[in-house]
Design a protein around this ligand. Structure first.
Ligand SMILES: Cc1ncc(COP(=O)(O)O)c(C=O)c1O
Length: 469
């Protein structure tokens, strides 16, 4: 069993003693590790009934290991909580920017959720996974004309972000005899939240959405376009938010906008409150549960609508991180080490900023364990470095770990959101494979990129080929 001295600060290790307990009422976003994480008799970390060491032998490393059960639990928590707390109609849509691929879309679609996409590529992926276009909402602050045409052809709904898009959509639809294209308008709510500056989107100085001072002009323009039907309003505050207050404030702002929309005769039936619920990356993170978040959002929408004499609209929420973030871990292998006397001890792993750019981009913190030494005492303070040519390529600074050696398996938790989807080929390193684990079964759902894959789109101009001696 796990030794007591594992209770060390902020490395996620305090959570290990709970790994072997049944987590019946836990909200996935409040756990650092997937809900099925446990320590087996070989003293190895297991996720979804699969030993991480065995997975590495089978699929190589680095490896994203996605736990199907945690993902499905989060989907159900959102859906059931909206059914419980909101008297009107509701829809939860997955912000697929968190991780867009056909298997993930298939799982989430089977749970009855819809999808938020922000590019032609995300739309294509979602449609290929068999999602009906009526449940897809196309976002983005700079959709190209081609993307808008693709969205219109596909029959998905479009969340319009700015004037140019409105004008382009008007041109695309004005000579069509088809039924009007259903759009939602994204507005900047001017609500601050205490998250990293780059991931705050709802404050006034934001590149996203119409400025609220233009609201009447926008409503007037939209009401005059016969090719467009404005069925909803959208606002998103930010991401990785632990406070509930911004979500209490937003419905009041939306309700006032709804009143104005009514004056212009817009057929609004939906409000979309965005996503943003945070997850626990390190022990000191303390996000509200999915149920608490939904209760806050649902009751504050009902209160605001009642206050302003509005009928309850369809309520959409579009979480990304809190649906998939905690369902995945990334398993690396340990390589070399370096001691900088009196300053820091480093170990390097065989991945880093190309498979997880969040630490170098947002200074994000993570928790890790050594998956093949789960009960060894954590005696070392070690900085886990990535293998890329950037000094800032550090996966975790000052992690508390057992003594490690080359080929040990270092597992970083909560890597399901904005990791694979933000991954790159920096230093010509192929993106890792991803496996789906469930009840002891492991299925590859994204192949590892090979050297050959890295060359697939390279073209050498003929004149250079001929000039080679
Ligand atoms: C418009 C919009 N909706 C939803 C999301 C998902 O946010 P999160 O992953 O924090 O739930 C984002 C992410 O930034 C977003 O920009």
């Amino acid at each position: 069993m796990l030794s007591k001295d594992r209770s060390l600060e902020d490395s996620g290790l305090r959570y290990l003693p709970n790994l072997n307990q049944e987590k019946k009422n836990t909200s996935p976003n409040q756990e650092i590790f997937p809900l099925t994480a446990t320590v087996n008799q070989q003293d190895h970390l297991e996720v979804g009934g699969c030993d991480i060491e065995v997975l590495i032998e089978q699929f190589g490393s680095p490896l994203y290991v996605l736990d199907e059960s945690t993902l499905r639990t989060a989907c159900r928590a959102y859906k059931e909580s909206f059914e419980k707390y909101y008297s009107g109609e509701s829809l939860v849509i997955f912000a697929s920017k968190a991780w867009s691929c056909t298997t993930i879309c298939t799982i989430i679609n089977s749970e009855g959720l819809g999808f938020d996409v922000v590019s032609g590529g995300e739309l294509f992926t979602t449609l290929k996974a068999g999602v009906t276009p009526e449940k897809i909402y196309f976002h983005g602050n700079n959709k190209s004309v081609e993307e808008l045409e693709y969205a219109v052809e596909s029959g998905c709904k479009i969340i319009v972000d700015n004037w140019l898009e409105l004008e382009n959509l008007t041109k695309i639809t004005q000579n069509s005899n088809n039924k009007p294209v259903e759009i939602l308008l994204r507005l900047t709510p001017g609500i601050e939240c205490h998250t990293h500056e780059y991931i705050q989107t709802g404050h006034i100085d934001s590149k996203f959405g119409f400025d609220p001072t233009q609201i009447e002009e926008v409503f007037k323009f939209v009401s005059q376009q016969k090719g467009l039907s404005c069925i909803g309003l959208h606002a998103h505050i930010g991401s990785q938010i632990f406070e509930l207050q911004p979500h209490l404030d937003l419905p009041e702002v939306l309700a006032k906008w709804l009143l104005t929309a009514k004056e212009y005769g817009l057929p609004i039936k939906t409000i979309n409150v965005g996503g943003g619920l945070g997850i626990r990356y390190i022990e000191s993170d303390d996000p509200p549960s999915i149920e608490e978040w939904v209760r806050t959002v649902a009751t504050s929408v009902e209160t605001a609508c009642k206050k302003h004499g509005l009928e309850l609209p369809q309520l959409i929420a579009e979480p990304g991180r809190s649906l998939i973030g905690s369902a995945c871990v990334t398993a690396y292998q340990v390589g070399g080490s370096k001691i900088v006397p009196g300053i820091r001890n480093y170990i390097s792993v065989n991945g880093g900023m190309s498979d997880n750019p969040r630490p170098i981009t947002y200074e994000s913190l993570y928790s890790c364990v050594v998956a093949n030494k789960m009960s060894e005492p954590c005696t070392e303070k070690i900085t886990v470095a990535g293998k890329h040519c950037e000094s800032g390529d550090v996966v975790i600074k000052d992690a508390t770990l057992p003594k490690t050696e080359p080929n040990d398996i270092l597992v970083v938790a909560a890597t399901g959101a904005y990791n694979y989807s933000m991954a790159s080929n920096y230093n010509r390193i192929g993106r890792p494979a991803a496996v789906l684990v469930n009840q002891g079964e492991a299925n590859l759902f994204i192949e590892r990129e090979t050297y050959q894959n890295l060359l697939e789109r390279d073209r050498i101009p003929e004149r250079l080929v001929n000039s080679v001696n």
